[in-house]
Ligand binder design. Structure first.
Ligand SMILES: CC(C)(COP(=O)(O)OP(=O)(O)OC[C@H]1O[C@@H](n2cnc3c(N)ncnc32)[C@H](O)[C@@H]1OP(=O)(O)O)[C@@H](O)C(=O)NCCC(=O)NCCS
Length: 178
């Protein structure tokens, strides 16, 4: 596996640094991601989540086109890697925000801090004028993070498949304007 040192962006917040993921992150990602209550709130994370899943994910990150898609490791100043955040194109080429934090790090405002700073970067440096996000209807915490960072509900509720649930789930769509 090779993850190039390509001068990718680093976003600093009071408690966090958002930086390009690297191969050495795999064990920590696997440890935090192997939690059904993390995976089931996402579309793409499997459960159980193995070290091989983390390595495959990191290989995919390394081959992304950074003009279209970008992933950040969320690194806490004291705790090290606490989660991941990414901007990904949807099937229509529109960019969507996604994120997760490991359970020990919930409830401290870290997702709001990370997403807020990433959105500033996306608007100012990545030159995105609007972004989408969707959260499963049974995930009000993520809805709260998105509301606090400036997303608004579009009113659309779509069914999206969750790999970990092995089922589709109603997903509330939101939009953010730069
Ligand atoms: C969702 C997630 C990212 C939130 O991370 P976090 O760092 O705990 O989030 P924050 O502390 O920044 O904010 C959470 C907000 O949700 C609120 N909240 C938490 N549980 C809630 C619930 N059951 N109902 C309503 N609001 C809730 C919190 O009170 C807080 O809002 P407040 O600051 O206004 O009080 C984290 O729980 C997670 O990773 N979950 C699993 C993966 C996931 O859901 N990813 C997002 C997919 S769309």
């Amino acid at each position: 596996m090779s993850i190039p040192d390509d001068g990718s962006p680093v976003i600093a917040t009071p408690r966090l640094k958002l930086r390009a993921p690297r191969a050495a992150d795999a064990p920590k990602i696997a440890a935090l991601a192997n939690d059904p209550d993390v995976a089931r709130m996402t579309t793409r994370m499997p459960h159980p989540y193995s070290l091989a899943d983390a390595e495959t994910f990191l290989e995919a990150c390394a081959s992304q086109d950074p003009t279209q898609e970008t992933v950040f490791a969320i690194e806490h100043d004291g705790e090290g890697l606490v989660g991941m955040l990414g901007f990904h194109p949807d099937e229509d080429g529109r960019t969507e925000l996604g994120y997760w934090l490991g359970r020990p790090h919930w409830g401290q405002g870290l997702a709001t801090e990370a997403a807020g700073a990433a959105l500033v970067w996306a608007g100012q440096d990545w030159k995105r004028r609007y972004l989408l996000a969707g959260h499963f209807a049974d995930n009000p915490a993520s809805g709260q993070v998105l509301c606090k960072t400036g997303f608004l509900y579009t009113g659309d509720v779509v069914l999206r498949h969750s790999l970990a649930r092995r089922a589709p789930a109603p997903t509330r769509m939101m939009v953010w304007l730069a």
